[in-house]
Design a protein around this ligand. Structure first.
Ligand code: ACO
Length: 370
């Protein structure tokens, strides 16, 4: 039997350095390239944060307008992709549609195998531009509506919401939506980002790495939690039901989605900002009852298990009040996290080493084949 130490779930294991973001559970802080995420959420547009994650610095006005021009010109979907998406069963989960879309975009790209920084940046910007169009198409399909054409006169968040709902909502909703995108954009070596780095470390292509990352994000212990949170809040129904519901759920050994975190043990640094955005949307969209249920469950969970909410907890009900159907919550997370994933893919390639851990064999000892 080997004496090697097992780090189950890689908990607490540092596998590489990164200059992209820093999560500090002691000070309950998260910075992107050194800037506190709360300040970015308060003062920046999502396009600026995307630039920061890719290039390491915030853009000058000229750099931003050049990026915007390239992004806006690439928002439309190729016809092959539209027809494939529309041929998927209407019951397909939007995360499956998104995963399929990225795979098709890779197959259509003659530069798929070119892993140079320039080529990969071009691909990252293309995916950034096109993913809202895919998410909006799947959301509209869930409601039996035809897709809309993207608008090049609108900023990223406004275009995303227009493509989904056919109108641009009130600035309160736009700002809350953009806040969620900025908070979701990047979070160090989380499961999906690490997945993208593992795939990249084999020198596979960016589309393959992103497709794999989408698969990792879909799980309810990771990004899928924002959808699961909405199911929980709907099941609870009223603030008064939160405490007895939780007692029963914990007695049944259920995992309460939207609570707990591998790194933050005293609260997720992103939650206060997103909770504020949720409260603003709740006031604006008649969601006070949902907000009260949200607060009641958070209070009961802290008392019962000393567990704090993670970002998915406020994001789920916020997206619900904005008007999205639950199955597109995690796809919105993908559209935001594409920035962080692709920044990490570039960083991995710049100093690559194949990621290949070992394991300790505990199966039957060697035996003859009879
Ligand atoms: N509900 C009930 N109990 C929980 C929860 C929860 N949400 N989270 C942690 N615990 C308990 C565990 O049962 C465990 O108890 P035990 O020591 O008595 O066995 C203890 O707290 C430690 O939890 P672990 O699962 O060991 O912590 P880990 O770091 O491995 O897991 C995770 C982190 C996966 C996020 C976990 O907290 C969880 O399952 N949460 C719910 C899913 C979720 O919200 N995921 C979103 C993550 S954030 C994001 O993707 C943006």
């Amino acid at each position: 039997m080997s004496t090697a130490t097992i780090h189950k779930g890689l908990a607490g294991v540092a596998v590489d350095t990164t200059t992209i973001s820093m999560v500090n559970p002691e000070t309950n802080s998260l910075t992107y390239r050194g800037y506190p995420v709360q300040e970015l959420a308060a003062h920046c547009r999502f396009e600026e944060v995307a630039y920061l994650l890719w290039h390491g610095e915030l853009p000058t006005p000229a750099q931003l307008s050049a990026q915007n021009a390239t992004e806006r010109a690439q928002r439309a979907l190729p016809p092959e992709l539209i027809s494939t998406l529309l041929s998927l069963p209407a019951t397909a989960h939007p995360m499956d549609s998104l995963r399929t879309a990225v795979s098709i975009l890779g197959a259509l790209d003659p530069s798929e195998e070119d892993n140079s920084p320039q080529s990969n940046h071009t691909k990252a910007l293309r995916l950034f531009a096109v993913l809202p169009t895919v998410v909006a198409l799947t959301q509209r399909r869930l409601r039996g509506l035809l897709p809309l054409a993207p608008r090049t006169d609108l900023a990223y968040a406004e275009n995303f919401l227009y493509l989904t709902f056919g109108e641009i909502p009130d600035p309160v909703v736009v700002r809350a939506f953009e806040t969620s995108l900025i908070l979701y954009a990047e979070h160090s070596f989380n499961a999906s980002t690490f997945t993208s780095r593992v795939v990249t470390s084999t020198l596979s292509d960016l589309y393959s790495a992103v497709t794999a990352a989408i698969g990792a994000l879909k799980g309810p212990l990771h990004g899928g939690a924002n959808e699961a949170v909405m199911a929980v809040l709907t099941e609870i129904g009223t603030p008064a039901r939160a405490e007895p519901w939780l007692r029963e759920a914990l007695a049944a050994k259920r995992t309460i989605m939207g609570f707990g975190h591998r790194v933050y043990k005293n609260g997720d640094s992103r939650v206060p900002t997103m909770r504020q955005a949720l409260a603003e949307v709740a006031t604006h969209r008649n969601g006070t009852h949902l907000l009260e249920t949200y607060e009641a469950l958070a209070k009961a969970m802290l008392t019962a298990k000393s567990l704090h909410p993670n970002l998915d907890y406020p994001a789920g009900p916020a997206y619900h009040l904005m008007g999205f159907d639950t199955p597109v919550f995690t796809p919105i997370f993908v559209a935001a996290r594409i920035t962080g994933w692709t920044a990490h893919i570039t960083e991995q390639l710049a100093a690559n080493s194949l990621i290949r851990p070992t394991s300790i064999y505990t199966g039957p000892p060697e035996r003859p084949l009879t």
